[in-house]
Design a protein around this ligand. Structure first.
Ligand code: AKB
Length: 307
């Protein structure tokens, strides 16, 4: 029988592409997002992710087996709205974990982030287990969420799985409120204006991956046999080491007149507190994580498709 999955945050950068990928794989996908206006034959719902009753009623109506909880307030916006960020990022997770604990759903995916790491974490080849002192509200909420996931798995047997996503670069749905958003804006501006003013310093490196690799990794993790999942907090995932300067150099190969200047703001300190590269041996060994898209290909794809 066709498995029914619920994507909470279906209209966001990752959620929207996850819906498409899971539909192509034959899943019945129910979309839910605060930004949705209409019910389309009950395949989509306007949903506040902090409303447990509303989530539960969708789960019951559609006999949902798997929930992908993609709704979150990202790092830059969360610094401006700490209380709201904490409520959204934590309440939504605890509600979904409770539904799994009550056996109303079988499996949960919840995204963590490289933002859990802070300035005193080793910057290069950051290990899976290391010093984890996040310096942002978003990072704190993601680390707390990881610990909740591990707790619900250990104490209640909940099958919750998670990835520490690097910054994700994509062209279909714009991200909102992240620090790594510059790495998408730069392509838009390169095409439309031939110039970009970066809020991140030229040589600040953060790990980034192309959306297709993030989606492939998410689905591979969720489809792996339970006994091969040895990390129940969240798996480290490495990406490409990207900085504004590296993107500028790569874009210039195709648009030689492209120029970048720099006016940094509070987001610079956030980016500087994150690792440059990540050790993802556990993800590779446990369920076969690989990156398929290199920087050259990524830049070419972005310049071809971004509107
Ligand atoms: C952000 O910049 O906040 C996100 C992230 C790294 O989790 N893209």
């Amino acid at each position: 029988m066709q498995k029914t999955v619920l994507i909470i945050g279906s209209e966001g950068q990752i959620g929207s592409e996850l819906c498409d990928a899971l539909s192509v794989q034959g899943f019945k996908v129910i979309r839910a997002d605060i930004r949705l206006q209409t019910d389309d034959a009950k395949l989509q719902y306007q949903l506040d992710a902090t409303d447990k009753d509303a989530i539960e009623s969708i789960v019951e109506e559609h006999r949902i087996e798997v929930v992908y909880l993609m709704a979150a307030m990202l790092s830059a916006t969360a610094e401006r709205h700490p209380q709201k960020a904490w409520e959204l990022n934590m309440q939504s997770l605890l509600h979904v974990l409770d539904l799994a604990k009550e056996k109303k759903i079988k499996q949960v995916f919840w995204p963590s982030s490289i933002a859990i790491f802070g300035p005193d974490t080793p910057k290069k080849n950051t290990p899976q287990e290391t010093v984890i002192h996040p310096s942002t509200v978003y990072g704190i909420s993601k680390r707390a969420g990881e610990m909740w996931c591990a707790y619900y798995h250990r104490v209640f047997g909940v099958d919750v799985r998670s990835l520490r996503y690097p910054g994700i670069i994509s062209y279909k749905t714009a991200p909102g409120g992240g620090t790594t958003d510059y790495a998408i804006e730069i392509f838009k501006s390169a095409k439309s204006e031939g110039q970009y003013t970066s809020f991140i310093e030229a040589h600040t490196i953060t790990p980034m991956i192309y959306m297709s690799d993030a989606i492939t990794a998410t689905i591979a993790l969720m489809q792996a046999p339970s006994e091969s999942i040895t990390v129940r907090t969240s798996y480290n995932l490495d990406g490409l080491a990207v900085s504004p300067h590296k993107l500028e150099e790569e874009i210039k190969k195709q648009l030689p007149d492209f120029k970048v200047d720099y006016t940094t703001d509070y987001r610079q300190a956030i980016a500087a507190s994150w690792p440059e590269s990540i050790n993802d041996q556990r993800a590779r060994a446990d369920w076969g994580y690989t990156i398929h898209t290199d920087l050259q290909h990524l830049v070419q794809e972005m310049l071809t498709h971004i509107k």
